[in-house]
Design a binder for this molecule. Structure first.
Ligand code: ADP
Ligand code: MG
Length: 213
């Protein structure tokens, strides 16, 4: 219980559109520190929506997202986003015209060289434009950037979606290390059976989402 860091309490969400339809309905789930979770489910089942609510990028239509027991809407949402969460996207979201090291520094003051070493990006690449990296290298730079700072919650959306097995293995190692060594709460949306096998808990979204029936 003490380890609990995030909790969704009866969260429902519908995109505001002409024909609002619930993507998430009465979702109840909790997440602990020091644990890696894999969230799975078919395309369109609401996985990215769930991550954006956990990240405080959007707010539920009804229900609450609790961070250490407090509704994130009642806290400084910007501070929550900036200080407590880190996001890794499938599409890397690196800035093309910056170098590897500059991209890592974007998150704020940090030791980019240590972070890049941690994700296995050698010093020969630190001054290179990110455009001249492979997909696997770009994703590792994106993870290094996410690891800058002291975020207790690491959220990743299909981080190994476009990568070969060897690169996937190295990314799985980095993610499990964040949970098991650094004590972070790591939540990974994935279709990969290898990521699921490495996770401490696998959450099949359709089993907790009453919008799916
Ligand atoms: P997943 O990540 O599991 O593929 P998403 O969370 O991206 O699913 O999307 C869940 C559902 O919400 C899908 O039916 C999708 O079409 C819809 N959706 C996603 N983003 C928007 C949006 N900005 N406006 C309206 N509907 C959206
Ligand atoms: Mg998605």
């Amino acid at each position: 219980m003490d380890n609990q860091i995030l909790r969704l309490e009866d969260v429902s969400y519908a995109y505001r559109s002409k024909d609002p339809r619930y993507v998430l309905r009465d979702v109840r789930v909790e997440f602990r520190k020091g644990t890696m979770y894999a969230v799975t489910g078919p395309s369109g089942s609401g996985k990215t929506t769930l991550l954006s609510l956990l990240a405080g990028l959007d707010v539920p239509t009804s229900g609450k997202v609790l961070f250490r027991g407090t509704d994130i809407r009642e806290t400084d949402l910007l501070a929550y986003r900036r200080n407590s969460t880190s996001l890794v996207f499938q599409s890397y979201n690196l800035i093309d015209y910056l170098t590897v090291r500059e991209n890592v520094l974007l998150k704020g003051p940090c030791d980019p060289d240590e972070l890049l070493n941690r994700v296995g990006i050698g010093s020969e690449l630190w001054g290179r434009s990110v455009l001249k990296l492979s997909g696997g290298q770009q994703q590792r730079v994106a993870i290094a950037r996410a690891l800058a700072g002291t975020s207790e919650i690491l959220l990743a959306d299909e981080p190994t979606g476009n990568l070969d097995e060897e690169t996937e293995t190295s990314i799985i190692k980095i993610l499990t290390c964040c949970a098991h060594k650094d004590g972070a709460c790591v939540i990974v949306v994935t279709h990969s059976s290898r990521v699921c096998a490495a996770a401490d808990e696998v959450i099949e979204l359709s089993t907790i989402n009453k919008a799916v029936s």
